[in-house]
Structures are given as C-alpha cells and as structure tokens.
Design a protein around this ligand. Structure first.
Ligand code: SAM
Length: 251
C-alpha cells in the first residue's frame, strides 16, 4: 500500500528518527542547565583548562554522551594551541546519546578529528593498550557498576605519561552547605525532573547514585590502587565539593 511504512522514503525516516533523538538530547541538556543552574558549563570549562592538553593530544572521552567534553577539547586546541591535529574518540554505552553527539559534530569543520564507538567503560576491548594521551570521563563513572574496573581500563589504554581525568559529583563537607545541598537534591531535583522531563524516577535515581559514589578521598585511593600517581590528595573540589575533579598520571 502507498500508505504503509515501507513507502516512507528512507531519508525521511532518518529525519524523523533524528528529530526524536534531538528532543531527547535537548531535554537532557535543558535538565543539566536547570539542575545545576547553568554551572555544569563552568565545571566543564574548568575541567578542560585543568587538562591543558598539548597540541596533537589524543583524547579518549568515555561516557561522552552528547559531546560536551569533546567539543570543549577541540575548541581549546583551536583557540589556545592553534592546533588542528589533536583528535578525540568518544565511547558511550547508549547509542542514542552517541548519535546525538555525532549529529552535533556533523558540521564541524574537521569531522575527521572525532570518532565514535558504542562501548562499556568497564571493558574497552576495542581499544589498544597505551594508545591515548588523555582519558576523560565526566559525570559518567558513578553510573558504572564497577568504577575501579573503569579506572583499571583507563590505566591500560593510556600511554606512559598519560593522564586520567574524572569530573563527577562528590561530597559537600561543610555541614551548613551540605544541608542546603541536601534540600536541593531531595526536593528540587526530582520536581524539576518531573516538570521538565516528565520523569521523576530517573532524577530520584540520579540523586541516589550521587550519594552512593565514594567520597573524594576514597575515590582518589581507587585511582592510586589502579597504578596512577596522584599529585597532592589527587583531587580538586569545585563549588564546595558538589563536584570534584580527580586526576592521576601513568608514570
Ligand atoms: N560526559 C557527558 C557530559 O558530561 O555531558 C555525558 C554525561 S551523562 C550524565 C552520563 C553518560 O554515561 C550517558 O551518556 C550514559 O549513556 C553513559 N554511561 C553510563 N554507563 C556507562 C558505561 N558503563 N559505559 C559507558 N558509558 C556509560
């Protein structure tokens, strides 16, 4: 029949599918802005400045989602280093998030500098030993079942001299600020999730996953146990410890 789905031209179907994914990612990005009051952008900017990648660096961005870190990395290389030879490989377990990432970069001037693969951070089987200069994971490791396995994989795939960098929610230590933060987490975030994404349960899960992730010191120890060398205590708190950046060097 002319009205059956088989008569929908494949390019039109692609457009429809793309529209669905865009709306998911758009909501995802809107939620990030709403929950963090826009501050996640500053955290990510700071993360890349701290990374301070060298010209020509090869970045592996795991749990890369819609590409916030990858995009900032390439922009930093262009702007600060005048470099157009560095590359980024994004891995994410969710093909829909990754498809959004691909969509975002389709008009990038140098599409050949970015590649994508669906994969699990705990088993980066397709990635060779000692093949990347920097490993990044932003707001992804607390979703993984075994964070210590992710850190071990990072150690394996980094070149000697390479750097592990993780941006993740952490613990607010000041008791007064912690009380305010708890109110935001348990009351504001699930309501925002319901209002904006129509999905309270997912945002309750989000708050719970933040609580369950090890605090700053414990996570720094996991990084050292995997073989990394940390400088000082191995982390930097941002916004009173709402999030922390952990780094380690493979020497
Ligand atoms: N890094 C992006 C950012 O900062 O905007 C995305 C963060 S998003 C909150 C978390 C991402 O982790 C999702 O895209 C999800 O699919 C991915 N993820 C969850 N578990 C994973 C796993 N085991 N391996 C790889 N990616 C995973």
């Amino acid at each position: 029949t002319h009205f059956g789905y088989k008569t929908v031209p494949s390019d039109m179907k692609e457009t429809l599918v793309r529209g669905v994914f865009s709306s998911v990612a758009k909501r995802y990005d809107v939620m990030n802005d709403a929950m963090s009051m826009g501050v996640h952008r500053l955290w990510k900017d700071h993360f890349i400045r701290k990374m301070a990648p060298s010209p020509g660096a090869k970045l592996l961005d795991v749990a890369g989602g819609t590409g916030d870190i990858a995009q900032r990395f390439l922009e930093y290389q262009d702007r600060v280093n005048g470099d157009s030879s560095s590359t980024v490989h994004m891995v994410d377990i969710n093909p829909e998030m990754l498809a959004e990432g691909e969509h975002r970069f389709q008009d990038h001037c140098d599409r050949s500098r970015i590649s994508f693969a669906v994969g699990n951070a705990e088993h980066l089987d397709d990635i060779a030993d000692a093949s990347f200069d920097v490993f990044s994971i932003a707001f992804g490791i607390r979703n993984c079942t075994r964070p210590e396995q992710v850190v071990r994989e990072a150690f394996r795939v980094l070149k000697p001299g390479g750097r592990f960098m993780c941006l993740e929610f952490s613990r607010v230590e000041n008791p007064v600020l912690a009380a305010i933060y708890d109110f935001h987490s348990f009351n504001v975030i699930p309501r925002l999730g319901e209002a904006i994404a129509g999905d309270r349960a997912s945002y309750e899960y989000l708050v719970e996953s933040i609580r369950k992730f090890p605090p700053q010191n414990q996570f720094a120890q996991i990084i050292r146990d995997a073989g990394f060398t940390t400088i000082g205590n191995g982390y930097e708190n941002l916004t009173f410890g709402t999030v922390a950046i952990h780094t380690g060097f493979k020497f």
